[in-house]
Design a protein. Sequence first.
Length: 163
Amino acid sequence: MDETKDGGANALPAPVTESTPTVEDQRPAWAKLWIEARERPWTTLTVVPAQEGYDVSSAAGALADVGRATLAGEVLHEAAEGLTLEDSHRLLERLSAAKAAGTPTIVSLDSPLTNKAALLVARKTDASILVVPLETCPLAQARETVGEVGADRFVGTLVIRPR
């Protein structure tokens, strides 16, 4: 994983790409993110927001779409926003089954800073991508998210301009 210049334990992963206003119009950026994220082997990947309350489901879905096109096969997207600790065990069982089958699965989560079930899942999957809303996300919150999940778990950062 690439880190920012300060290289500290909570350093943000180097931005993989920066999108323009809408997720749906960014197929080249998504393809680049997919290719760079696949440089490290994973079967289960979480997409986590750096900012509390930011919805990453469309980002995870777009990444899964590119993955299906690139792999010419199945890539699952599990929308797990609002996940509870009780439900997290069922999700982890599904992810374990997908991993055993070799099916890449991308999970969109709430902020691990406010949802401990999201933190649990992010720590149990193979890798994560951090989504940072440009101009609205406090840097301290992004760093805290990286620190909570674990800097070594991140395969990239996606910077998105707000709509």
